[in-house]
Design a protein around this ligand. Structure first.
Ligand SMILES: *[C@@H]1O[C@H](CO)[C@@H](O)[C@H](O)[C@H]1NC(C)=O
Ligand SMILES: *[C@@H]1O[C@H](CO)[C@@H](O)[C@H](O)[C@H]1NC(C)=O
Ligand SMILES: *[C@@H]1O[C@H](CO)[C@@H](O)[C@H](O)[C@H]1NC(C)=O
Length: 355
């Protein structure tokens, strides 16, 4: 009797195990490769705990920020609003787009903004016309996951596609899979042509132009590439900075010609091992709760200032995640740093002179 029971329960355990393995391997949403994962940064200065919170409660996860010629600050929020803050400090709802996936934004030289929507594509937003879709297809496929954008002197618009495989809701699967599904794309508004400039980029993210617009910096996981637009190296690409202590998100040119890069903490302390084995990747990918455990983005925040020679000059963080986490962009304007975040209801403002 007892032995029958043991036999029955052990076959039950076996069946559950087999089902789990089948579930993990055959229905896994990813086809992973191993990644030389950078451990979560352990040093901290907590300088980002000194921020002022702008528009607190009014801004639902403002991912990116930009400033126009008048000094008006813009951000795009999860409720589909482009919101703006005038110099007098008052926030207002500016334009609405039916989307919760608005990401990188930049000012356009002829007025208005260019906005990345990871669902609809690349959008133009103006006072008069509201929003229009500039690009919705790239090389014959639906443009998904446009992530960050910049307009060059010649009117060409460069934007990143974080992944051609996963969407914003599943971005961590792209990190786990660790295969380069991203792109840098150039859109010429005069000819209405779209060209893939760089392909096979890992988590293609922030794009910024150098002060002289002679090169463009494109962030990808753990590093940033430099793509030359002018001069002897025109058309070539090299490494601008690598081994970053986090996954670089948006990047912005600073007034002195250096760059500010938001670094997302993609790993959690003591859980880095997950990225070392395919089995753990499959396991985590199959269970969303495990993803939340392994992803360190909502536990800390970090930004770095990088000189044109590719060295880190300054680094600020909230290593305890007490005031701000998941900082996705850092923009320097009039001696202050403005911080966007996918886990806050405000834009952070850090005075730089006292930091
Ligand atoms: C564009 O699409 C064609 C046809 O689907 C494909 O062969 C080509 O590799 C694609 N080009 C790039 C750069 O992805
Ligand atoms: C630009 O090209 C896209 C597809 O390539 C097309 O759908 C769209 O109508 C074109 N826009 C203009 C203004 O010609
Ligand atoms: C890089 O540039 C920074 C800032 O201009 C300077 O302080 C640093 O010495 C330079 N480093 C190298 C290796 O050239």
């Amino acid at each position: 009797m007892a032995s029958n029971l043991i036999r029955a329960s052990s076959s039950l355990v076996l069946a559950v195990l087999v089902a789990l393995i089948v579930q993990i391997f055959y229905f896994s949403p990813i086809d992973p490769v191993l990644l030389d994962i950078k451990p979560a940064s352990s040093t901290k200065d907590n300088q980002l705990q000194n921020i002022i919170k702008l528009g607190e409660g009014f801004l639902n996860e403002p991912e990116d920020v930009c400033v126009d010629k008048e000094g008006t600050l813009y951000t795009a929020t999860r409720d589909g609003w482009i919101k703006r803050c005038r110099r007098n400090g008052n926030w207002e709802n500016w334009k609405h787009i039916d989307s919760y996936t608005l990401l990188g934004i930049t000012t356009a030289k002829k007025g208005g903004l260019i906005v990345c929507d990871s669902t609809k594509g690349l959008l133009k937003v103006t006072e008069e016309d509201g929003f229009t879709v500039l690009v919705s297809q790239v090389n014959g496929s639906q443009l998904r996951f446009a992530d960050d954008v910049i307009e060059a002197w010649d009117g060409n618009i460069y934007f990143s596609v974080l992944s051609t495989k996963f969407d914003l809701d599943n971005v961590y699967l792209d990190v786990l899979e660790a295969r380069p599904h991203g792109q840098l794309v150039k859109y010429n508004p005069t000819s209405n042509e779209t060209v893939i400039v760089l392909d096979n980029v890992a988590c293609a993210n922030g794009v910024a132009l150098s002060k002289d617009e002679d090169y463009l910096v494109l962030c990808e996981t753990w590093k940033c590439m430099r793509h030359w637009l002018k001069g002897a190296n025109k058309g070539t690409t090299d490494i601008f900075i690598e081994n970053l202590p986090g996954g670089p998100d948006n990047i912005n040119l600073a007034p002195d010609g250096s760059f500010w890069i938001a670094l997302v903490q993609l790993t959690s302390e003591r859980l880095e091992f997950v990225h070392k084995y395919k089995i753990t990747k499959h396991l985590v990918a199959s269970f969303p709760r495990l993803i939340n455990l392994v992803n360190g983005a909502k536990k800390k925040a970090m930004v770095v200032n990088v000189a044109t020679n590719g060295t880190i000059i300054r680094k600020f963080d909230d290593g305890d995640g007490k005031v701000i986490t998941f900082v996705t962009s850092a923009l320097e304007f009039e001696d202050h740093l403005y911080l966007g975040s996918l886990n806050s209801n405000f834009v952070g403002k850090l005075p730089l002179h006292s930091a």
